[in-house]
Design a protein around this ligand. Structure first.
Ligand SMILES: CSCCC(=O)/C(O)=C/O
Ligand SMILES: [Fe+2]
Ligand code: NI
Length: 181
């Protein structure tokens, strides 16, 4: 089940708030400018579906976001526990970083743990199948795919150069919870 846990940045062991209803998660994240939505596919997605088929199943929602927020490219990224570089990839995303553009991810399958560092608070969002999150440009954050990663995600970009990260050098992420398998 999707979940939002809110922490003070100095108290990683004790969340001040834990929410599991999608409406509550969305309204709490909206207060800090973060978009959270749940989407339904407009067509069934068969196992092994191509990127084009995955995108087609969510075309109306993708087109709406592109029109609202000016995203120009869309792709599909897929990762599972057989990936030979899974440990390196996990470590890279686990260091606190920001991007010059919004980080927009829709989970077609699987799960991942996003943690957003906003002021003195950390908003930890467990994203599951059907969840969309948009991390605003410039927001320090990290992402845990877990020791045994499994996700298929649609990514939207407003920069055609794709994924570019600026690492903050802060070790805050090492003090916060990891994605539990
Ligand atoms: C679900 S893809 C997440 C990995 C990524 O692109 C990123 O920037 C994490 O912060
Ligand atoms: Fe990121
Ligand atoms: Ni304190």
């Amino acid at each position: 089940m999707s979940r939002l846990s809110v922490y003070h940045e100095h108290h990683p062991a004790l969340p001040s708030k834990v929410l599991s209803h999608a409406e509550d998660i969305a309204s709490t994240l909206a207060e800090v400018g973060v978009r959270f939505e749940q989407w339904q596919a407009s067509a069934p997605i068969a196992p092994g579906a191509s990127s084009e088929e995955v995108i087609a199943a969510y075309r109306p929602q993708i087109d709406r976001l592109m029109a609202e927020d000016g995203y120009v490219t869309v792709d599909v990224v897929s990762l599972n526990a057989d990936h030979p570089q899974k440990a390196e990839l996990r470590a890279k995303f686990l260091d606190e970083h920001s991007h010059g553009e919004d980080e927009v991810r829709f989970f077609v399958a699987g799960r991942g743990l996003f943690s957003l560092h906003v002021g003195e608070q950390v908003f930890e969002v467990l994203c599951e199948k059907g969840d969309l999150i948009s991390v605003p440009a410039g927001t320090p954050h990290w992402f845990d795919m877990g020791e045994h990663p499994h996700f298929v995600a649609i990514r939207l970009f407003n920069n055609p150069d794709g994924w570019v990260a600026k690492f903050t050098g802060d070790e805050i992420a090492s003090r916060f919870p990891r994605l539990e398998d």
